[in-house]
Design a protein around this ligand. Structure first.
Ligand code: UDP
Ligand code: MG
Length: 312
C-alpha cells in the first residue's frame, strides 16, 4: 500500500465528508493505493456515524473509536500502530491542512529518503496574538533544545516512512514534538516543506489556553529526557553532591568555631542555611538514585534500532 493517512479527530462531524472527498480525489488523480484511518478520540457529536457512512461508500476508509477522549497523541499512536502503508501521512481533520500537499510529502520520503517531513505553516490563518506569537517562541525553544532545524514542530501535516512510525511511541501530549521522538529513536533525516494553511471552516479549536502550559512542561521533559533520561544520576547526583558538600562543610566550620571561639551557632542564620543546603543535597541525591532504579527497569532500556548487520 502506498499511503496510510492517519487523522485524529474530536467532534469534527461537519468537516469529515468534505475532507474525505478531497483526499479521495487526490488519491485517484495520483493513482495511489491508500487507506484513511480516522481515529475518533471520544467525540460526543456524530463523527463516528459519519465515519461509518463514509466507510459504507469507500472501503479504503477505516476507523478507530476511543471509549473516551484520550488526546491527540493517543489518536496518532493508535493510528500509527494500525497503519499499513509505506508512507504514513498525518493531518488534522478540521480542513486546516490541505490534502493537495500529499503527493509532494510522499515524494520527499520515497525519492529523497527523508525519514520524516514536517509541514511548515509559513502563513498561518489563526489568531495572531494568542497562537502565532507563542508558537514562534515555542518553536525557537524546541529548535534550541532538540537541535532539529524545523520552523513548525506542531504542524498536524507530516509524512513519515513506515519504519519511523513503527518504532516511536507518541504518549502524553508529545504530539507537539513527534520529530524529537523520531530523533531520539535514531532517525536523522528530518526535513520540512512549506504547506498551505487554511482557516478553520467548521467547529472550534480543541485546545484552549492550557496548550501553552502543557507545551512548556513537555518541552522541559524533552530537554531533560534528551540529556539525562538514560542517566538521571549525572544530573541529580552532581547537584546533590554540590549542595551537600557546601552545607556539610559550612556546618562543620560553624561547629568548630563554636567549640573553639564560642561564636553563636543556633542564632546564626548561616547555620540554618547550611543545614538546608545539606538536606536539599541529600534529597537531590536520592531523587537521582530513584531515577536510576526506574531507568534500570524501563521497558525500552535496551531496545536499539539496528540499521545493518553482517554475518549474523
Ligand atoms: N484532536 C483530537 N483530540 C483532542 C484534541 C484535538 O483528536 O483531544 C484533533 C482535532 O479534532 C483536530 C486535530 O486534533 O483534527 C487538531 O486540533 P485543532 O484543530 O483543534 O488544533 P489547532 O488547529 O487549534 O492547533
Ligand atoms: Mg486546527
Amino acid at each position: 500500500m502506498d499511503i496510510s493517512l492517519v487523522i485524529p479527530l474530536l467532534n469534527e462531524e461537519e468537516s469529515l465528508p468534505e475532507l474525505s472527498a478531497w483526499i479521495e480525489k487526490v488519491m485517484l488523480e495520483n493513482n495511489y493505493s491508500y487507506e484513511i484511518i480516522f481515529v475518533d478520540d471520544g467525540s460526543t457529536d456524530h463523527s463516528w456515524c459519519v465515519i461509518e457512512q463514509l466507510r459504507s461508500k469507500n472501503q479504503n476508509i477505516k476507523g478507530i473509536k476511543f471509549q473516551r477522549n484520550y488526546g491527540k497523541s493517543a489518536g496518532l499512536n493508535e493510528g500509527f500502530r494500525a497503519a499499513q502503508g509505506d508512507v504514513i501521512i498525518t493531518m488534522d481533520a478540521d480542513l486546516q491542512d490541505s490534502p493537495d500537499e500529499i503527493p509532494e510529502l510522499r515524494r520527499m520520503v520515497i525519492e529523497e529518503g527523508y525519514d520524516l517531513v514536517s509541514g511548515w505553516k509559513k502563513k498561518r490563518y489563526d489568531n495572531k496574538l494568542t497562537k502565532n506569537l507563542p508558537s514562534k517562541i515555542f518553536n525557537a525553544a524546541a529548535r534550541q533544545m532538540s537541535k532539529i532545524k524545523l520552523h513548525d514542530f506542531n504542524c498536524g501535516l507530516k509524512s513519515y516512512s513506515r519504519k519511523v512510525v513503527k518504532s516511536i511511541e507518541v504518549y502524553g501530549d508529545m504530539h507537539r514534538y513527534v520529530p524529537v521522538l523520531a530523533k531520539w529513536s535514531g532517525f536523522k533525516k528530518i526535513g520540512e516543506k512549506v504547506v498551505e494553511h487554511r482557516p478553520r471552516k467548521y467547529g472550534v479549536s480543541k485546545f484552549g489556553w492550557t496548550r501553552f502550559i502543557n507545551g512548556f512542561l513537555d518541552l522541559m521533559t524533552i530537554f531533560f529526557m534528551g540529556k539525562f533520561g538514560k542517566r538521571p544520576m549525572h544530573f541529580f547526583g552532581l547537584w546533590g553532591t554540590f549542595f551537600f558538600l557546601i552545607g556539610f562543610g559550612f556546618s562543620v566550620y560553624l561547629v568548630i568555631s563554636k567549640i573553639a571561639l564560642n561564636t553563636p551557632l543556633t542564632n546564626n542564620p548561616g547555620f540554618y542555611m547550611a543545614m538546608t543546603a545539606a538536606i536539599i543535597g541529600i534529597q537531590l541525591f536520592m531523587a537521582g538514585f530513584i531515577g536510576e532504579l526506574v531507568a534500570r527497569n524501563a521497558v525500552g532500556r535496551n531496545s536499539y534500532l539496528i540499521e545493518k548487520k553482517e554475518g549474523l
